[in-house]
Design a protein around this ligand. Structure first.
Ligand SMILES: NC(=O)c1ccc[n+]([C@@H]2O[C@H](COP(=O)([O-])OP(=O)(O)OC[C@H]3O[C@@H](n4cnc5c(N)ncnc54)[C@H](OP(=O)(O)O)[C@@H]3O)[C@@H](O)[C@H]2O)c1
Length: 357
């Protein structure tokens, strides 16, 4: 039997993959379609005096989120991007569209394919006077196996570097809360929002039964589910980390996971998709795709959702529930397993970084 060179799956399986999505889907099709076509509420909130970081802000959802924060009076919005030229173009674009805005827009380099780049970025952030909102939006979807830092690159970018950044930024966000909460009678509750994906509803996450999940993701087996598996892994980690943070009487930083919905963006940029997948995606985008601006409204909602959203999966500008695989006793065991493996990897990169939780 032939093998599809892109997905590393037997051809017969890749040909029927779009149908397979429907069968492995863990939520109602009607719900998925309906929520996509109903417009989300216009973002509200006032970020006056606040400093916001958005990663992957040069395009797509990150760019639109950065624009919203600037429009809602943030004092400073930092566009964390791997390509500073693209970041500068995005900064100029936002400035032009918001003429007269007093928001300070900065472009900082960060490549989530490199652990040292993430560390330099976070060292720089530690010098900020305050850090109120972080939207960890940078992410990659690919069917092609490549490694960054010894792991398949979606695993590196969507999980390991994302969480390295989260744990390295947490002390700066806590310091912000301690310093500014109650100042001039205003609350200061920083929000750390990790961008997830409802792709988690379309995977059975076979690697969960492996003795070591991250090791098994070093193999170039089933690349069709890789993106979904990395986003699910990140969700499991978010649930465990948020519980660990709850040990403090009240979390001084809110941690949640936000899903923007199915949006029109450059996410499928790699262009190595099998033809039938391209057709399926083009038709779906046309029929139900949200604009990046519409999807980014979820980020603003998550950044102002408050303590009720701590440890919660947020979508459609509401608190939601994740895939059944992450729920119940199995989900709890799985989140502990995912976190303990990741903790070992992160400690290998920055010793004692998990003490920041
Ligand atoms: N679009 C959707 O339907 C959808 C649905 C659910 C979740 N999401 C999630 O939403 C987030 C944004 O996606 P999008 O749709 O806006 O996609 P996008 O247009 O492809 O934007 C992705 C952003 O991530 C950046 N990025 C990728 N690899 C990076 C790296 N190694 N280091 C630093 N930045 C990196 C990209 O930078 P470059 O431009 O330099 O490559 C780009 O700025 C992702 O986490 C994605 O998984 C999207």
């Amino acid at each position: 039997m032939g093998i599809d060179q892109v997905t590393n799956l037997p051809l017969i399986r890749t040909l029927f993959y779009p149908l397979n999505i429907l069968f492995t889907m863990n939520r109602s099709l009607i719900r998925s379609f309906w929520t996509q076509v109903v417009p989300l509420p216009e973002p509200t909130g006032d970020f006056t005096g606040k400093t916001v970081i958005v990663t992957g802000a040069n395009t797509g959802l990150g760019l639109e989120a950065a624009r919203h924060f600037a429009k809602l009076n943030a004092s400073k919005v930092i566009l964390g991007c791997r390509d500073l030229e693209k970041a500068e173009a995005a900064r100029r674009g936002i400035q032009t569209s918001l003429e007269g805005s007093a928001c300070e827009l900065e472009t900082w380099k960060v490549d989530l394919g490199s652990f040292s780049s993430v560390q330099s970025f976070c060292r720089r952030a530690a010098d900020l006077e305050r850090l109120d909102v972080v939207i960890e939006n940078a992410g990659l979807l690919s069917h092609v196996y490549h490694e960054f830092e010894g792991y398949e690159r979606q695993c590196t970018i969507n999980v390991i570097s994302t969480w390295l950044m989260a744990l390295l930024l947490l002390p700066t966000m806590r310091r912000t809360s301690l310093k500014f909460d109650g100042e001039q009678g205003k609350d200061c509750l920083p929000h750390l929002c990790i961008v997830g994906s409802n792709a988690q509803f379309y995977t059975t996450f076979e690697q969960r039964n492996e003795p070591r999940i991250f090791e098994s993701l070093r193999e170039d087996g089933d690349m069709f589910h890789r993106y979904a598996n990395t986003k699910l892994l990140s969700l499991l980690v978010m649930r465990e980390v948020s519980q660990m943070m709850k040990r403090e009487e009240s979390p001084r930083v809110v941690l949640n996971m936000v899903e923007p919905g199915f949006c029109i963006s450059d996410l499928l940029r790699e262009g190595t998709w099998p033809w039938y997948y391209k057709i399926l995606m083009a038709v779906s985008k046309f029929a139900i795709g949200r604009t990046s601006e519409m999807g980014s409204r979820n980020y603003i909602w998550a950044a102002t959702a408050g303590t009720k959203s701590h440890g919660v999966y947020v979508e459609d500008c509401m608190l939601s529930t994740p895939a059944p695989i992450a729920e119940g006793e199995e989900g709890r065991m799985l989140q502990m397993k995912a976190f303990s493996e990741l903790a070992e990897i992160l400690e290998g990169i920055v010793p004692q970084v998990t003490h920041n939780i």
